[in-house]
Design a protein around this ligand. Structure first.
Ligand SMILES: C[S@@+](CC[C@H](N)C(=O)[O-])C[C@H]1O[C@@H](n2cnc3c(N)ncnc32)[C@H](O)[C@@H]1O
Length: 281
């Protein structure tokens, strides 16, 4: 089959299924099947070469049109400098979390210690923790994740991308008692969607694990646990960074101020929405 015809028919199928990034997804899936980069695929599309794996492409196109996440079909998610293994059972890292991670990278670089200590609570695929380990190589990075299903991916990503970073399985409330009062930067992207607010995208509400999404009636149950764990773990002057929903900035600031945090500030993501709140211990 010709590349251009295949891309066009996949794009139409995706647009009909309500996928906003229809043309991009069509290219990413075909590049994945041909085991080439998207740029190489676009070059081949210009000369409109043939490809042989038509059935395999059709199979993936049908799955994507059923709103199975693109990353579950390719098996990877790109996040900052990393290519992370993902699939059913683990939360697919989001572009807005790249902005949150930058806050943690900056805080870690400014920590003023030769080997600053960073902790990522609720690490999922390891996106934040592994970015810290790779981008701030003198840091000692610790991460915790509760879910058995997620941990299948977490362990592989840690082993491949940052074998010196420590990953443990457990509840973040009890994380790393041996580090009490010693941590420079504590970052978390916990579940924060209120239980009643079902996300609109089928990729999210049907395929991201519930444990990764929902945080109780106001969405802040796990944020409260992060607050408590962070007060135990950070040393005086250490930095806390919590990702939250765009409408939760004020609630998270109030929660942290009531717990005695200093310099509590909310930061926006690249589309100008409140996305993370930082504070000093
Ligand atoms: C929104 S996902 C974020 C994953 C990752 N940090 C990221 O940014 O891509 C939230 C993660 O919190 C984990 N989680 C939920 N409750 C937890 C708890 N009590 N202790 C540790 N991890 C928890 C979920 O399994 C999920 O992996």
């Amino acid at each position: 089959m010709k590349i251009q015809a295949a891309l066009q028919s996949a794009t139409e199928a995706f647009a009909k299924a309500g996928i906003e990034s229809a043309a991009v997804d069509a290219e990413i899936l075909l590049a994945h099947i041909l085991n080439i980069s998207r740029g190489e695929l676009q070059a081949k599309a210009i000369i409109d070469s043939d490809f042989e794996q038509t059935e395999k492409y059709q199979e993936l196109v049908e799955k994507r049109a059923q709103r199975i996440p693109l990353q579950h079909l390719t098996g990877v998610a790109h996040f900052r400098r990393l290519t992370l293994k993902v699939g059913p059972g683990v939360f697919v890292p989001r572009p807005e979390t790249e902005v949150v991670t930058q806050l943690a990278v900056d805080a870690l670089r400014n920590a003023g210690s030769e080997e600053p200590i960073a902790v990522d609570l609720a690490t999922g695929s390891g996106a934040i923790a592994l970015s810290l380990a790779v981008e701030v190589p003198n840091a000692k990075v610790f991460a915790i994740e509760l879910s058995d299903d997620a941990m299948q991916y977490t362990r592989v990503n840690f082993a491949e991308l940052a074998p010196d970073a420590l990953i443990v399985q457990g509840d973040l409330a009890d994380a790393f008692p041996e580090l009490n009062g010693q941590v420079d930067v504590l970052v978390s992207n916990p579940p924060y969607i209120p239980d009643e607010m079902i996300p609109i995208y089928p990729e999210v509400h049907l395929h991201d694990p519930s444990l990764a999404l929902y945080g109780g009636a106001d969405g802040l149950d796990v944020v409260r646990k992060v607050d408590e764990a962070a007060r135990r773990l950070l040393h005086a002057g250490g930095t806390l960074i919590i990702e939250h929903a765009d409408m939760q900035g004020e609630a998270v600031r109030e929660l942290l101020l009531a717990s005695g945090w200093r310099q509590v500030r909310t930061h926006k993501d690249f589309v100008g929405r409140d996305r993370a709140t930082t504070a000093l211990a």
